[in-house]
Design a protein around this ligand. Structure first.
Ligand code: FES
Length: 113
């Protein structure tokens, strides 16, 4: 198996996240609304997600990512940029779970920034 099941809190659909793939890449490929104002080059913070299960399976955040996260709203210890967090290891139960901050969900519904 080379992919995990990606659960998005509050979304009943089932998504897939392949090894090596970023959360944003998976979102774009599967019609999951995740804002990405800079196109995924770590130059905004609109792709902010919280990895609530399986955080240890993802790539370590770079200094650039941490700097961008400083600009995001509602940041916590489980916060990552969806365009930078890549799945590096499969979780033991095959499932990773994320939450998209509510203000971010609203931004997408309203058509972005
Ligand atoms: S899309 Fe801009 S930092 Fe991720």
């Amino acid at each position: 198996m080379t992919e995990a099941r990606l659960v998005v809190r509050g979304d009943s659909r089932t998504f897939r996240l392949a090894l090596g793939e970023s959360i944003l890449e998976a979102a774009m490929a599967q019609d999951l609304a995740l804002d990405h104002a800079c196109g995924g080059v770590c130059a905004c913070s609109t792709c902010h997600v919280k990895i609530t299960t399986g955080k240890q399976c993802f790539s370590e955040p770079s200094e650039d990512e941490l700097d961008q996260l400083d600009e995001a709203r509602d940041v916590g210890l489980d916060s990552r940029l969806g365009c930078q967090a890549r799945l590096e290891r499969l979780p033991p139960n095959g499932v990773v779970e994320i939450a998209i901050p509510q203000w971010n969900v609203n931004a997408v519904r309203e058509g972005g920034h």
